[in-house]
Design a binder for this molecule. Structure first.
Ligand code: UDP
Length: 325
């Protein structure tokens, strides 16, 4: 049996997928430079410390193992930071990812599953957003992911690489078994920051913008559990293994929650009062991002198991308490 290469498998979503693949009998090798990932989260399968920015590291990895597929999670994903430091995003999310594609070409590996994002759409002109919605990202993060979707299509046509791009909406929650979860430093994502505030680790949660054209003025997002994202990766891998065509799929629950609704749900889950401070908008944030994932459901057979916001927050809270006591 050949291996699946999990690039970025020591990170938040990659580690969850790596665990699931191992549970389902796949052999995996995690490739990660541990710049933001954690070695202890990549607890299953093989591990190789390496950097996508160094083609020699990739050559070493592809020489040591034979792969039938690659999954790529090793990207930067903070919208605000992509606006203030775009060079970091173009370097890693584009240039380094091209190194990975070239290493796949050299080794003759044809199947790629790529972590894309709802940020490729930009400010939606209709909602929920289907995959046929115009692609007009409003921040560098979204632009880097769109560039890679286009590069994969071109590499696919010219070199026969089959790919599935999964456009995650707001990845959230933690492994229901408690083995892996979010450990970003610094943390920028809403739910872990809200939980820090609930735990008294921060004074309050800052709400970025309260005059958006939404029912309560704060941004609406479609939060999707990482365990459900992991299932979608497994289904996408099976599709490519069966010789299925390349494709692009949204992954979300089709329901938007405002920042204030997330805070309220977190108060309910944690039983604690969470102080809120209103602040100006964050650069690069669209008002509403809600997915239509009917294509993933129909074509991949994806059925999210943990769609309820309170379940997502409950799993994140359990992980939070386990890490920080
Ligand atoms: N947000 C916020 N305060 C924070 C962090 C995030 O109000 O401290 C808002 C952010 O502006 C966005 C939503 O929460 O509307 C989700 O942001 P996050 O960074 O979690 O994910 P993104 O949508 O950028 O992928």
């Amino acid at each position: 049996m050949k291996n699946t290469l999990v690039v970025g498998g020591a990170g938040y979503i990659g580690s969850q997928v790596n665990n699931l693949l191992n549970e389902r009998g796949y052999k995996t090798v995690v490739f990660d430079n541990l710049s933001t990932g954690h070695r202890r989260l990549a607890s299953r399968g093989g591990f190789l410390k390496g950097d996508l920015g160094d083609p020699a590291d990739l050559a070493r990895c592809f020489k040591k193992y034979r792969f039938s597929a690659v999954m790529h999670f090793a990207a930067f994903a903070a919208v605000g930071e992509s606006v203030s430091d775009p060079a970091k995003y173009y370097r890693n999310n584009v240039a380094n990812t091209l190194n990975l594609l070239d290493a796949m070409r050299s080794a003759g590996v044809k199947n790629l599953i790529f972590s894309s994002t709802a940020a490729v759409y930009g400010e939606p002109i209709k909602t929920p957003i289907g995959e046929d919605h115009p692609l007009s990202p409003v921040n560098p993060y979204g632009r880097t992911k769109l560039m890679m979707e286009r590069a994969m299509a071109d590499y696919g046509a010219a070199y026969g690489i089959q790919y599935v791009a999964l456009r995650y909406f707001n990845a959230a929650g933690a492994d229901p078994q408690g083995e892996t979860g979010e450990l970003h430093n610094p943390e920028t994502h809403l739910i872990p920051l809200v939980l820090d505030a609930a735990a008294g680790r921060r004074e309050c949660i800052t709400v970025f913008g309260s005059s958006y054209k939404t029912p309560d003025g704060t941004c609406l997002r479609d939060y999707v559990h990482t365990a459900d994202l992991a299932q979608a990766h497994l289904l996408a891998l099976r599709r490519l293994e069966r010789g299925g065509e390349s494709g692009v799929f949204n992954l979300g629950n089709g329901k938007g929650f405002s920042v204030l609704e997330v805070i309220k749900a977190a108060e309910k889950v944690t039983g604690r009062k969470i102080p809120v401070k209103l602040a100006p908008r964050r650069a690069g944030d669209p008002a509403i991002l809600v997915a239509s994932s009917s294509l993933a459901r129909r074509v991949l057979g994806w059925k999210p198991e943990y769609a309820a916001l309170e379940t997502i927050i409950d799993h994140a809270w359990r992980w939070h308490k386990k890490q920080r006591g």
